[in-house]
Write a protein that binds this ligand. Structure first.
Ligand code: UD1
Length: 427
């Protein structure tokens, strides 16, 4: 397994192009199953999770065409064409779902268009139990018959799904996406209340509208979808990855650097930009994106993760890495996932002072982190170690790099272009 070695202590300076959002690309790709027409998606990030989704769609019978010459001016982002005119297999197998929970996003589209889907139950993951009961309950309200057997969800519907008035008990991102996609091909009107408002959900809704769907309330907590008989092909560009941008903003800030993140806006960074400013980081819009600088010390700030527009759970670990060297104390409370402090023991090995009490972590700023050999069990926890390592004294070796490859496109290249001493050690 590959490792990453980082020698800390270099202030990051330069430009980082931000890739297309992983969490937008995955549902957008699964939306191809809703039509026999071609869905052409540009600004697709080249990531392990995107490849897993491509493999999943192809094994269902989707044809995939990648335009090799399609890299944007920055060298990142590809255009792919997906055509689900000949779907022959309605099963999402364990081997693929196991490696990526977002595989469950094929359930809604397959069921809505073909009246059947068999999807492996995702099971637990490193950050918690993460059930999908709300996806299933909503689809049942729309008339689906759902059985769980042998580790699989077997879903059927006689004829078409029927529009329904659905209230999600908890805000769920992929749940909203799955059911919204299903509703575009249902008979009649579906109302989704307490729907997720994440920009990635909005990006999917905008693409579905281009495909012929009728969706009102996009960007709000109530989505009203009028089902149509069929959708058609469309072209869509994936929005920028606000989590990737926030991650590099944290990396720039912890090193006292000066970095322009191209392709993102202050607006899409939202609560993350606000918290960074509160911590003493200069974060300002530029013509091409956002500039992050830090000339003064970092201040400890309190953070609580919330559904959008609150502070994202996917930035919690990176924020904690930043707070390990801030002045004073900070309290980070995780409200979305129950087991999302896997980075704490590893950051502690690098000299961070962190105490966890239930769903909150109290961080007391240390003067200096020190390099160590570390590993993490999920994507964002891994990248928080990268951030810590950039500011640490000496060398850090990060094991299990495959986590990073799931969500960060050419991380070493982007960081070393800004002066980081970082290398991948091939196993
Ligand atoms: C998505 C993101 C993930 C992010 C998360 C929260 C993708 C591919 N992944 O994951 O990066 O961390 O949103 O912003 O977009 N829940 C239930 N029952 C359900 C569904 C969810 O109880 O049926 C709970 C979960 O356990 C969790 C909370 O709801 O506590 C939010 O989860 P959800 O928004 O569904 O996360 P994902 O869509 O899996």
């Amino acid at each position: 397994m590959d490792k990453i070695r980082i020698r800390g202590g270099h202030a990051l300076k330069g430009i980082i192009p931000i890739s297309g959002a992983k969490n937008a690309a995955l549902p957008l790709m699964s939306a191809a199953l809703l039509t026999e027409g071609e869905l052409k998606l540009s600004n697709i990030p080249y990531l392990a999770d995107v490849i897993t989704m491509a493999n999943l769609l192809v094994q269902h019978g989707t044809t995939l065409h990648m335009d090799e010459k399609s890299a944007s001016a920055t060298g990142f982002g590809r255009t792919i064409g997906l055509k689900a005119a000949n779907i022959t297999n309605f099963t999402a197998p364990y081997d693929l779902v196991r490696t990526m929970r977002a595989s469950v996003l094929v359930l809604g589209p397959l069921l809505a268009r073909f009246g059947q889907a068999k999807v492996s139950l995702p099971g637990g993951c490193a950050i918690g139990t993460r059930p999908i009961d709300l996806h299933l309950k909503a689809l049942e309200q729309m008339g689906a018959l759902i059985e769980l057997a042998d580790g699989y969800i077997n879903a059927f519907v006689k004829g078409k799904l029927k529009g329904a008035d659905i209230t999600f008990d908890t805000v769920t991102v992929t749940g909203t996406e799955n059911v919204m996609m299903a509703a575009t091909l249902a008979e009649g009107e579906t109302t989704l209340r307490n729907a997720a408002r994440e920009p990635e959900v909005t990006d999917l809704a905008n693409c579905l509208v281009k495909m012929g769907a009728n969706i009102q309330g996009i960007g709000s907590g109530t989505l009203i979808i009028q089902g149509t008989k069929a959708l058609h092909g469309a072209e869509h560009s994936v929005i920028a990855d606000r989590i990737e941008a926030g991650t590099y903003a944290a990396a720039a800030a912890i090193t006292g650097g000066d970095v322009e993140l191209q392709g993102v806006s202050m607006q899409i960074l939202g609560a993350v930009a606000e918290k960074f400013a509160e911590a003493g980081i200069d974060i300002k819009p530029t013509a091409k994106g956002v500039r992050v600088t830090r000339n003064n010390g970092l201040n400890g700030v309190d953070v609580m993760t919330q559904p959008y527009p609150g502070f994202p759970t996917d930035m919690q670990a990176q924020m904690m890495a930043l707070m390990t060297v801030a002045k004073g104390a900070s309290m980070i409370t995780e409200t979305i996932f129950e087991n999302r402090f896997m980075h704490v023991p590893e950051l502690t090995r690098m000299g961070a002072k962190i105490n966890v009490h239930g769903s909150s972590a109290m961080i007391r700023g240390a003067k200096q982190l020190t390099g160590a050999e570390v590993m993490a069990t999920d994507l964002r926890a891994s990248v928080s170690l990268v951030i810590a390592a950039l500011a640490a004294k000496g060398d850090t070796i990060i094991n299990r790099v495959y986590h990073l490859d799931r969500g960060y496109e050419r991380l070493e290249e982007k960081l070393s272009a800004c002066g980081a001493e970082i290398e991948r050690i091939k196993s």
